[in-house]
Design a protein around this ligand. Structure first.
Ligand code: NAI
Ligand code: SOE
Length: 391
């Protein structure tokens, strides 16, 4: 079985999730399309990188991502750094002929994302952007029902992503609150996951009409380091820095196929944790998903008997997408790790079988175009077109 050497750039939250997926994928999906080998992990200092290698099971470590990108032993570059370095690393990796998986959002804006797309296309390498939530089996099941026509023509998509880790003003000014690093706030960080759902399940978004707000304009400074997502508080007496990204946005959307809908995201909604939801209404039925109950897809079909009409719950398991590799009884529990394991499986399958995989950098670019359009609409108070030229 082919072994593919991974060079992973970044050893924080996503470094942990991706390393777990490299270790776990062949245990779930056997025969594996290829065996991912944790070759080298990179972080900003040798000390951090050495620590990451020990924790995450990599053979080697480095503080020089350029050297790792150029290393002929490496087959895959995995980008799990904050958003400002995705483009530079991906473009260098493409030039070096490496297959690339990059965390979301693909880049800070559409212009950067386009350069990344051009680079992977010119190099002919495989590329994927890590919108892993669409690989939750219940979400893939919704896609299957839609493709089978079970809910008919789609009329409406209503999507939310609500968290509360930044609602406390003492959650420090990590990279996620700085435009020069993150590109945007709740929009790029979590709203783009909902945009991915909308495009995956309904179709291309053509127009947006948005509002956006920054609720907490300054936060205690944090110098460098991984984002602890509000679990380590800043010092209220410490110097503060300005937040220059959105804390919250809401947008109306029009789809190219005529459907309409809304998308909203905030990290300031006390009581909400990973409240990533969609409700889709079609001419023949409705579907509802909430990641906080990710084993469940709620379904209601128009031809259900009148005396039992209403949402019922399908618990995902062996009969459903990816069921052949996951746990043998429905509702044993799909976790965040499993979504990353499935993502890794599909990415390695695309490399081993020389086929494309979705979402790829073209999807990441179109999502960046939509995100830019949402910001423009919020600023100008007008509808904005959101379609990229993808010739
Ligand atoms: P984090 O702050 O936990 O970790 C980032 C790591 O990258 C740190 O160890 C940092 O020292 C290192 N780093 C920064 N610049 C570097 C460079 N130039 N070279 C090497 N290492 C560098 O960040 P987290 O949460 O892991 O986020 C990373 C990326 O993953 C972001 O793009 C984020 O949007 C995305 N993400 C995606 C999630 C998903 O569900 N798909 C969940 C969380 C984050
Ligand atoms: C923080 O809001 C975060 O870690 C995002 O960066 C991820 O994309 C999301 O999946 C979980 O929350």
């Amino acid at each position: 079985m082919k072994k593919l050497n991974v060079g992973m750039i970044g050893g924080g939250f996503m470094g942990k999730a991706h390393a777990l997926a490299y270790a776990g994928m062949p245990m779930f999906f056997w025969p594996a399309p290829a065996i991912p080998h944790r070759h080298t992990v990179v972080d900003v200092t040798d000390e951090l990188a050495k620590n990451a290698a020990a924790r995450l099971g990599f053979d080697n470590y480095s503080s020089d991502w350029r050297a790792v990108v150029e290393n002929p032993e490496i087959d895959i570059i995995d980008i799990v750094t904050p958003n400002d370095s995705h483009a530079e690393i991906a473009i260098a990796a493409a030039k070096a002929g490496k297959h690339i998986i990059s965390e979301k959002p693909l880049a800070r804006n559409a212009a950067e994302a386009k350069l990344m797309l051009d680079a992977v296309r010119a190099a002919g390498v495989k590329h994927m952007v890590a919108f892993n939530y669409r690989r939750t089996p219940a979400v893939a099941l919704a896609k299957k029902y839609i493709e089978e026509g079970r809910i008919g023509k789609i009329l409406n998509f209503r999507g939310t992503y609500l968290q509360d880790w930044s609602a406390d003003p003492n959650s420090p000014l990590s990279w996620r609150f700085q435009k020069k690093i993150a590109g945007s706030g709740a929009l790029g960080d979590i709203g783009t996951h909902v945009v991915d759902f909308a495009r995956y399940l309904v179709g291309e978004i053509s127009d947006v009409m948005a509002v956006a707000q920054t609720w907490i304009p300054e936060r205690p400074l944090q110098t460098g380091g991984a984002d602890k997502l509000g679990t380590v508080k800043g010092d209220n007496e410490a110097p503060k820095g300005a937040v220059d990204v959105d804390d919250e946005f809401i947008t109306l959307v029009k789809f190219a196929n005529g459907a309409i809908g809304s998308i909203e995201a905030t990290r300031n909604a006390w009581g909400r944790n990973n409240f990533l939801t969609f409700e889709i209404h079609g001419e023949k039925g409705s579907l509802y998903f909430n990641y906080e109950r990710r084993d469940e897809l709620k379904v209601s079909f128009a031809d259900d008997p009148a005396d039992s009409r209403g949402f019922r719950t399908v618990y995902t398991g062996p009969a459903h997408p990816y069921g052949e590799g996951l746990w043998p009884i429905p509702a044993l529990g799909i976790g965040y790790g499993e979504t990353k394991i499935i993502e890794t499986y599909d990415f390695l399958k695309s490399i081993a079988s020389d086929t494309s995989v979705s979402p790829d950098f073209a999807d990441g670019y179109q999502i960046a175009v939509i995100a830019d359009a949402i910001l423009e609409s919020a600023e100008k108070g007008v509808w904005v077109k959101a379609a990229a030229e993808l010739a």
